[in-house]
Design a protein around this ligand. Structure first.
Ligand SMILES: [Zn+2]
Length: 595
């Protein structure tokens, strides 16, 4: 029975380009797991979009002197271009600035309100007398009252990682004009998270056998230590999702509350644009569906505590409001959050250009070369470091030397000595050593698959590499390059075996290295592709137009298994899968940083 797998990936803010840290933190691990499940024949829905609201975007617009719409569209289109180039295959990559998302987010709000989890409260908020308006969260910076960090945002401190109560910030200053704001009274809706605390804690305990320790520490550990406190879910802003309550026209839903709802609204939008408007429920109103959330460590609490609290609090009421039906929304199955990737020993910083930008790197390097290094170096349990010398060393010493050369030399040899064909052997003539090799490679569908299923991506890729090196050892032992001159039948058995091993390895590598696996698939004479194709489309609604990235899946069932490789069948002309990189580029790349 195919499983229903929801792959939910962190929504990038529309205020900066995506760098390697973002790619290895969320987009790439999500894509690898999605591709694995698609190969297995599972029903995958992979969604995300541009977080177009919130103050980071309005701040970027102020800085660039453009409208907020222009700014969010510019970054949004850049994200889509990057994903197409590096092969992040979203079923739908949309934005939060859509009529559909407004409606879904407002329905969650109303469901929480009807279930008694919202209340209003007057509070003091930073107000700028010079700009004559309230200054939300990130518009105010100052000194963290917990750790003393001087560059803290009013809602969150990047030094100690704590969520802050904005009005407690010390030495506040406005990010707009540097003036000193004053506290004034305002009124907001609050989500009473304390009422939902027992349920959220139980939700996490039920998942503690397989959730990452780093994630449990930042969620269950924090709740047990500090509890869940009510949080405001509206802001004094004019950009964002309107509050669906009369008299609240000058306020918007707070972006922390609204953007996570995007995982749900993107599924609804996907179903709509696919012409199957109810199909989102296969993942979202289905207790057997598994939902994986791929995010960075700075987002753990929002996805393990607050988002589940929103879903549990909305309960059956959401579906009543939204579709006049009954049913509960699917809770996260796992939140395999990654730690951070640093760059040459320092924290990545966009503003200092201490970053490797995705699209810029793709102008010089192949997607699979980048995907490879980003996976072997993925910050799964600890922070990792992008090091240009290591990038070159791993590309040349592992990707090219172990896997690329193996595929190239066996294909080229077969093409040369068997005139563009797979050796036409009798399968019953395979020797014990041939059968042993194939059995161990084919067991990789179980071992590599098990690791991918558990989202242990580094270990999964390592296991695929270990298997590739056993084919190299087998070839060294059987020496077909010599045997072809003296005993061509024996060489034929060896080369057939090696080709069949490569044919399976190509599938095991495909989630990580989809472009070269697809090439190899063609070289080996297969006609059906491994994956479908990404494409873009314009969607119109009452808010305007937005581009979405979509995916057209391939027909067919389980490809995550050995396939028949017909003796004597045609091979296509091969070419090298990977490029060797020059050592000199290390210094060139390092010279770009920080300028
Ligand atoms: Zn702090």
């Amino acid at each position: 029975m195919p499983e229903n797998i929801l792959i939910a990936i962190a929504w990038p803010y529309a205020n900066a380009e995506i760098h390697v840290g973002n790619i290895s933190g969320s987009h790439l691990p999500g894509d690898i797991v999605a591709r694995y499940h698609r190969l297995k024949g599972n029903n995958v829905l992979m969604v995300s979009g541009t977080d177009s609201h919130g103050t980071p975007v309005t701040i970027a617009a102020d800085k660039e002197g453009r409208s907020v719409e222009e700014v969010y569209q510019k970054y949004h289109n850049g994200f889509i271009d990057l994903f197409q180039q590096i092969g992040i295959q979203y079923d739908l990559f949309t934005t939060t600035h859509t009529e559909n998302h407004f409606k879904v987010a407002q329905s969650i709000f109303l469901a929480l309100q009807q279930n008694g989890f919202l209340y209003t409260q007057k509070s003091m908020q930073w107000y700028s007398p010079s700009a004559k308006k309230f200054l939300p969260d990130r518009y105010v910076e100052g000194t963290c009252y917990l750790c003393g960090f001087e560059g803290a945002r009013s809602d969150q401190c990047d030094q100690c990682g704590n969520v802050l109560e904005p009005e407690k910030l010390l030495n506040p200053r406005s990010k707009v004009d540097g003036s000193t704001p004053e506290l004034r009274e305002t009124e907001h809706f609050y989500l009473d998270l304390s009422k939902l605390e027992p349920e959220v804690a139980r939700f996490l305990r039920e998942r503690s056998s397989y959730m990452r320790e780093t994630v449990l520490g930042e969620s269950l550990g924090k709740i047990e230590a500090e509890g869940l406190k009510p949080r405001p879910i509206t802001r004094d802003l004019d950009w964002g999702v309107p509050v669906p309550v009369k008299g609240w026209d000058d306020k918007r839903l707070y972006v922390w509350f609204e953007a996570v709802i995007g995982y749900l609204s993107a599924a609804v939008e996907w179903a709509k644009v696919s012409g199957k408007p109810n199909m989102w429920k296969d993942w979202w109103v289905n207790p057997s569906a598994r939902a994986f959330y791929f995010i960075g460590k700075d987002n753990i609490f929002f996805h393990t505590a607050m988002w589940p609290a929103e879903l549990m609090g909305a309960g059956n009421q959401f579906l009543q409001i939204f579709a006049e039906e009954h049913g509960m929304l699917t809770l996260p199955y796992d939140v395999p959050a990654n730690q951070f990737m640093n760059l040459e020993g320092q924290k990545i910083s966009g503003s200092r250009n201490w970053a490797v930008w995705g699209r810029d790197a793709l102008s010089r390097y192949d997607a699979d070369a980048l995907r490879y290094y980003l996976t072997v170096n993925m910050p799964e349990m600890h922070d990792s470091d992008w090091d240009w010398a290591e990038f070159v060393a791993k590309n040349n010493g592992e990707l090219v030397a172990t896997w690329g050369n193996l595929a190239n030399r066996v294909l080229a040899f077969s093409n040369k000595h068997w005139e563009g064909h797979i050796p036409d052997i009798n399968l019953s003539a395979l020797r014990p050593a041939d059968r042993a090799l194939l059995a161990s490679i084919e067991d990789g569908f179980r071992t590599v698959g098990g690791l991918l299923d558990a989202v242990k991506l580094r270990a999964a890729l390592q296991e695929a590499f270990r298997l590739a090196s056993t084919v190299n050892q087998y070839l060294d032992q059987m020496a077909p390059w010599q045997a072809v001159k003296t005993d061509k039948d024996s060489a034929a058995l060896t080369i057939y075996t090696a080709l069949k091993a490569i044919d399976s390895l190509k599938v095991l590598f495909a989630p990580f290295l989809p472009f070269t696996s697809e090439k190899l698939n063609t070289f080996l004479g297969h006609e059906a592709p491994l994956f479908g194709a990404s494409y873009t489309e314009m969607v119109k609604d009452s808010l305007g137009e937005h581009t979405v990235l979509r995916y057209k899946p391939v027909e067919g069932g389980n490809q995550w298994q050995p396939v028949e490789l017909k003796p004597g069948a045609n091979l296509n002309q091969p070419s090298p899968l990977f490029k060797k990189l020059e050592d000199s580029l290390v210094e060139q790349e390092r010279a770009r940083l920080g300028n």
